[in-house]
Design a binder for this molecule. Structure first.
Ligand code: URA
Length: 435
């Protein structure tokens, strides 16, 4: 078998057999098939798609490319959540400790920034010393002791997704239903959770801009998970504007800590609570949403959720003083500029993709695999869709280190919101509560 022939078959819209898909994935992980051929194959899949049988084989080959965790010796419900990605989407940082404080075990395997969207691993690594590279033994030990562990793909754990994820990030092959489904579900099936809640984003900052596509993606992933015997539920949530105010890795940790202390922006709090409640109800840790809400209120008010976050940071080698003094411990870019409204009116729309790209070009994301993240850069969004705006009102506070990069970001950010004389309605946060 030759990779070049399999690229041609897919380029022409043909179907690949299980053996052919396994040949590609195994060969890529083992280093026998180079990045450039896999990049070409990914682009062919992007354009031509995959049928259900191809997708099932791709997901399973990726899942089986490394260890598959067996968490049966951990008593209790192993529940997790995964988002398809957005701008300012820091939900995992709050949801995991909150769910753990309510009695769930959260074995969370996440990703890095992808395309214009931020990634949980990059956000957590903004905390000095924090390690997301956990061995299987360390991951399981921590999960048992703390109730949550937050790690990433490694050379031994879903290495296929580790390599494909980085390659897709820099080859514009992210926005594909089969590639996203296989990437997410291979990690989630390999980590061993029994309950999985999928947060499928839609809107200008999501990979699925149209709600119908988001629903197709949700149904595709739910079907894969259920076939593998997991309890899976998906929610479609809004990504037509950044979620919360903070965008950029350290900023997003700061805002997550605010939420765990009982504050934070209303939209971020609402989405986090809805997803956490779904995990608790699906895992039978709460009778219904009301019961889940009461448990979450208690976990926040008592400080139990914040303490879970602190314990997780400490156990993963991070500087836990960031919980009490985020401004002193977390990196902060040196320079600040404010982007303001050029005219009065109502904020009617964000081009959220541009907001994410703006953060990326300043260093919050990668353009090539070897790029280093600058954890302190980013922005705070100071207006929401539906707000009445005065001329000169701040829309973004931007934090950056490099003037040239800021100049590129400024162009994107200035072109990322619309002000009109007619008021627009604030978007519905939960677009569809169950798929
Ligand atoms: N999250 C993932 O893990 N993979 C994707 O492809 C998109 C979002």
């Amino acid at each position: 078998m030759r990779a070049v022939d399999l690229i041609r078959i897919k380029r022409e819209g043909g179907k690949l057999s299980s053996e052919e898909i396994e040949f590609l994935i195994d060969g890529y992980v083992a280093g026998r098939i180079p990045d450039y051929q896999v990049a070409a194959w990914l682009m062919a899949v992007y354009y031509k798609g995959m049928n259900a049988a191809e997708l099932a084989t791709l997901t399973q080959s990726m899942m089986n490319s490394g260890d598959v965790y067996d968490l049966a010796d951990i008593p209790g419900v192993k529940a997790d959540k995964h988002s398809t990605g957005g701008v300012g989407d820091k939900v995992s940082l709050m949801l995991a400790p909150l769910a753990a404080a309510c009695g769930a075990y959260v074995p969370m395997i996440s990703g890095r920034g992808l395309g214009h969207t931020g990634g949980t691993l990059d956000k957590l690594e903004a905390i000095p010393g924090f390690s997301t590279n956990l061995s299987a033994a360390r991951f399981k030990r921590q999960l048992k002791k703390v109730g949550l562990a937050m790690g990433g793909q490694t050379e031994k754990f879903v290495p296929a997704d580790r390599k494909l994820y980085s390659l897709r990030d820099v080859t514009c092959t992210v926005e594909s239903i089969p590639l996203i489904s296989a990437s997410i579900m291979s990690k989630k099936l390999a980590e061993g959770c029994d309950v999985l809640v999928l947060d499928v984003k839609t809107g200008s900052g999501a990979f699925m801009r149209k709600q119908a596509d988001a629903e197709t993606l949700a149904r595709t992933m739910v079907a894969i998970g259920r076939k593998m015997g997991r309890k899976v539920s998906a929610m479609i949530t809004d990504m037509s504007q950044p979620l919360g105010c903070a965008v950029g890795n350290a900023n997003e940790v700061v805002e997550s800590i605010e939420v765990l202390k009982g504050g934070g922006p209303a939209d971020l709090v609402a989405v986090t609570r809805a997803l956490t409640a779904r995990m608790l109800v699906l895992g039978k840790l709460a009778k219904n949403d009301k019961d889940a809400g009461a448990q979450m209120d208690k976990a926040i008010a008592s400080g139990a959720a914040l303490e879970k976050f602190r314990e997780m940071v400490e156990t993963q080698g991070g500087d836990a003083r960031c919980v009490d003094h985020p401004e002193k411990i977390l990196p902060q870019a040196k320079k600040k500029k404010v982007i303001t409204a050029p005219r009065p009116g109502y904020l009617t729309e964000f081009n959220t993709l541009n907001v994410g790209l703006g953060a990326c070009v300043m260093g919050a994301g990668r353009a090539v695999v070897a790029d280093k993240i600058d954890p302190g850069v980013g922005l705070w969004v100071r207006a929401r869709v539906g707000d009445k705006i005065t001329k000169g009102q701040p829309i973004y506070e931007v934090y950056y280190n490099d003037a040239k990069r800021f100049a590129s970001a400024k162009t994107l950010l200035e072109d990322s919101f619309k002000i009109s004389s007619k008021r627009a309605r604030a978007p519905r946060l939960i677009r569809k509560s169950e798929v």
